[in-house]
Design a protein around this ligand. Structure first.
Ligand code: G4P
Length: 536
């Protein structure tokens, strides 16, 4: 029986939901901050100290052995927890740029982003890249200048550099307080409150304790000392005179970036930041679809798949589709239209995640990310709806930039190889091509990836999950264009020197060019054919 849930009930539920991702350059402290948010959210009780992590190389959000070996976060996961009445969906994204595809897809499922900066380095390459993706989506961004426990760039200069580099206005909401050169706390300009933190020697394993009070509180002035207090007053005057004023609407439209200061390692400033973030960040809003905007308060459930992950639990061969709920109330086992195939599917045993731990849930609301056990029907970008037929259309796709032939070390494992490659393709972790359109079982498969590290992940997963050992032989041609038009014209083009014709897993022809120049030249010259950056 369909459940009747009024729009008002949905509105009530989503008002305290926050779904966000953290974007940063590797090493800015994303893993550390993630851990601290979980600590504050009560999802973990003791944050692993950095030293312990160095030894074990694991954080709650890492589950692939490869990630642990290399100390990089390869796959994205979702972590859900509650804090002070907020229901939080924290979407974890891979840190390394070779896995950008996964990060971009995950950002589509988020409503806002935390942008983490190192206080010595400010904006770095990857921050810039990811910031641009968020900006294009007009996503609200909250910047945290991290590592303030050690000397860094002057905060005023840092804010001004961020504005110039990213071409965005900033408003510092918290400001670092130093005493005798040491970072001792932050001032929250919106709450007009000072937070001073106690030093501890537990490496930030527990929440930071300390004192809070008004700017003119005698107790605070005494703790801070008159000199540090004067410096703070002076800084605040400067900020008032020179900075951009606070404007919540501008923050929500992505035109103004609120900036915070802190240290994820010692927890100083993390709680004021997180509190402000939860208050200021948007709850789930409307999403564009093929039939216009879909309001989260619409009664019918809608959602889309932004990630597929198989074999998360090595003991069970499972395959989970991560679905972002966009509207309505989702209920376990509910029938839903799978728009791409036109079939009605039952979304059974939905799960909620805390990294490796999962719990079965009965219901979910807009903004939530749920995991659906899937037997191979769902694909990245698929839309699900309980009501009118619609598609959420903005999941980005990327052409591979590296290609390699897969050579089996043990040729009798061809079946397992095909199963593994199919799975990796469906997860968006690889793209598979063949040199023949008609008989994909004979020729050596070719894999394509956006970043070369993806190849390492493929080999590792093929070996550990499918028992297939292979090696990859890189192909020098690496500038692909999908091509449509008359077969004779495609044949003629493929026969030219320096071209390699391959077919994607659906049989669509792709021409690989040896240089970007050759690719551009052909696209400009051959008018009989249509060229596409990704599969048409
Ligand atoms: P990432 O996920 O963004 O790549 O960064 P991660 O949290 O792994 O942090 C990168 C390094 O920066 C780590 O040091 C971590 O301890 C340090 N770090 C993170 N937050 C802070 C902070 O607030 N202050 C200071 N001073 N350092 C911070 P590492 O020595 O590379 O790591 P490890 O080998 O000790 O684990």
């Amino acid at each position: 029986m369909p459940v009747s849930t009024t729009s008002a009930a949905i509105a009530n539920t989503i008002v305290r939901r926050r779904t966000f991702a953290i974007i940063s350059h590797p090493d800015a402290g994303k893993t550390t901050l993630t851990e601290k948010l979980l600590l504050y959210g009560g999802a973990i009780h003791l944050a692993g100290s950095v030293k312990a992590r160095r030894a074990q190389r694991h954080a709650t959000s890492d589950w692939m052995a490869l990630e642990q070996e290399r100390g990089i976060s390869v796959t994205s996961s979702v972590m859900q927890f509650n804090w002070e009445g907020f229901h939080i969906n924290l979407l974890d994204t891979p840190g390394h740029e070779d896995f950008s595809e996964d990060t971009y897809r995950t950002l589509v499922a988020a409503d806002s982003a935390m942008m983490l900066l190192d206080n010595r380095k400010g904006v770095e390459d990857r921050t810039r890249q990811l910031f641009q993706v968020c900006k294009r989506r007009r996503m609200p961004i909250f910047a945290l200048v991290n590592k303030c426990d050690r000397a860094g760039e002057d905060p005023l200069k840092l804010v001004s550099d961020v504005e110039t580099d990213l071409g965005i206005n900033c408003h510092p909401v918290t400001w670092p307080i130093h005493r005798d050169g040491a970072f001792v706390g932050v001032y929250d300009r919106r709450k007009e409150q000072i937070y001073l933190f106690d030093r501890s020697d537990d490496h930030g394993a527990k929440r930071a304790t300390g004192h809070e009070g008004r700017l003119d509180s005698p107790e605070i002035i005494e703790l801070l000392g008159p000199e540090a207090h004067q410096t703070l007053l002076h800084d605040l005057e400067l900020l008032e005179a020179a900075g951009h004023p606070f404007d919540h609407d501008e923050i929500l439209s992505g035109a103004l970036v609120p900036v915070f200061f802190g240290s994820a390692l010692t927890n100083f400033g993390v709680e004021p930041f997180f509190r402000e973030f939860l208050e200021l960040a948007p709850s789930p809003t409307s999403r564009e679809s093929t039939i216009g905007p879909v309001e989260p308060t619409q009664e019918e459930f809608t959602g889309f798949v932004f990630k597929i992950q198989a074999n998360m639990d090595p003991k069970h061969r499972d395959r989970i589709a991560f679905v972002r709920v966009c509207s309505g109330r989702f209920e376990a086992g509910m029938p839903s239209l799978h728009v791409r195939t036109g079939k009605t599917v039952r979304l059974n045993a939905p799960q909620q995640f805390m990294a490796r731990e999962r719990t079965i849930i009965e219901e979910a609301w807009p903004g939530d990310v749920i995991g659906i056990m899937d037997r191979g029907n769902l694909r990245i970008g698929d839309s699900l709806t309980e009501g009118e037929k619609l598609e959420f259309s903005d999941i980005p796709r990327f052409p591979p930039e590296h290609f390699a032939r897969v050579v089996l070390k043990d040729p009798i494992k061809r079946k397992q190889l095909d199963a593994g490659l199919r799975q990796l393709t469906e997860e968006g972790a690889a793209q598979v091509f063949y040199t023949s359109q008609s008989d994909v079982s004979q020729p050596t498969p070719i894999v394509g990836a956006v970043g070369v590290l993806q190849f390492d992940v493929m080999l590792h997963r093929l070996e550990h999950e499918y028992g297939v050992r292979c090696k990859l032989e890189p192909i020098s041609a690496r500038y692909p264009r999908w091509v449509t038009g008359a077969v004779a014209d495609i044949d003629r083009l493929a026969a030219e020197p320096g071209r390699l014709r391959i077919f994607d897993s659906l049989g669509n022809p792709v021409i690989l060019f040896e240089s970007e120049w050759a690719q551009r030249w052909t696209v400009d010259r051959v008018k009989a054919l249509e060229f596409h950056e990704v599969a048409p």
